[in-house]
Design a protein around this ligand. Sequence first.
Ligand SMILES: [Zn+2]
Ligand SMILES: [Zn+2]
Length: 407
Amino acid sequence: MPEIQPLSQLDAVVLTHAHLDHCALVPLLFKYGYEGPVYSTPATRDLASLLQLDYLDVIRKEDRKIPYSSNDVRDYLKHSIVLNYGSVTDIAPDIKLTFHNAGHILGSAIAHFHLGDGLYNIAFTGDFNYGKSRLFNPAVAQFPRLEALVMESTYGGSNDFQPARHDAEAKLYATIQSVVGRGGKVIIPAFAVGRSQEVMLAIEEGMRFGKIPKVKVYLDGMIKEATAIHTAYPEYLNSDLRNQIFKEGLNPFLAECFQQVDSQEMRNEVMAGDPCVIITTSGMLNGGPVFDYLNNLAADERNALVFVGYQADGTLGRRIQKGWREVPLGRRDSIVINLEVITVDGFSGHSDRRQLMNYVGHVSPHPEKIFTIHGDEKATLDLASSIYKRYRIETHAPMNLETYRMV
Ligand SMILES: [Zn+2]
Ligand SMILES: [Zn+2]
């Protein structure tokens, strides 16, 4: 077991991006007395505090015990230090930090640590996408120096291949076409940050080029605020999208087809209204307005529920995806699922297995050691052993609390 250090001994906290599996507990450090800095990009800071406050709100509504208060979120903001990609900063007497684009969500970063006098260099990928998406350039793979790489393995398993983005969009278009054609509504559950904006861009372009019918696309949940933060940081978007916004004056996020649902009354109107597309939180159906839509629209077989993101075990989303046709609602009632259930893979913000392996092939300079983390145990082990076999680089798939000496 590693020695447990008091929080006052901690020099700095580095946050790679704003997804809750990375940032939800940062305010807890402040609740327990941490007073040091938290480094992130500016976009990550804005999105992280938005999602942390939303997280508290969801927990409060479900009558569960909240882990920290909004004061602790404020405390985190007070201690936040923001860095843009490429700027080098001392975060401890012998550690320099530089962020590089990770291609995963707005503001997501690969953290590069330069230790001592550059004697040892570690890149920590956080979640990253080595493919080009509608929003971002692929993750950076060039570093000035690199001895160790710590990389995510969400899709690190030997069969974790995702369809190409083009094929995913074609399937989404075909689905919208047929559901709207038969007079139905398309419900797309999505996380507020990342998948929602990718899907919005695909749909907006599909409508502009006449590939799908021009129906209203309603956004419900935290998606509007998260999307607004995207337009506040155009320098974090890829060059195509930036050109489209600034040179052609076409900001797809502000397209006419999108409409925010901001009251229960409007939600009821949407549910009773014409064929449309509804993008709403939460992404795995474990709370949020999506539940209301499902409750009201699931019985009509003309409608469709379209999954564009990963559904974790134990979530309602996974159950419906696996084929459940009746799901409990409270203690007594249940929802009968007659609508069509469709999964469209390929919108992920993560590298799939092929891209993870390619990244290791292309990363420069070649590291001496690679650690595979952030994945199921099987995926991290599988990726580690495949990297070793193909590239002969020393690999480790560390268990929780395991420690390593780098040199
Ligand atoms: Zn993430
Ligand atoms: Zn993650």
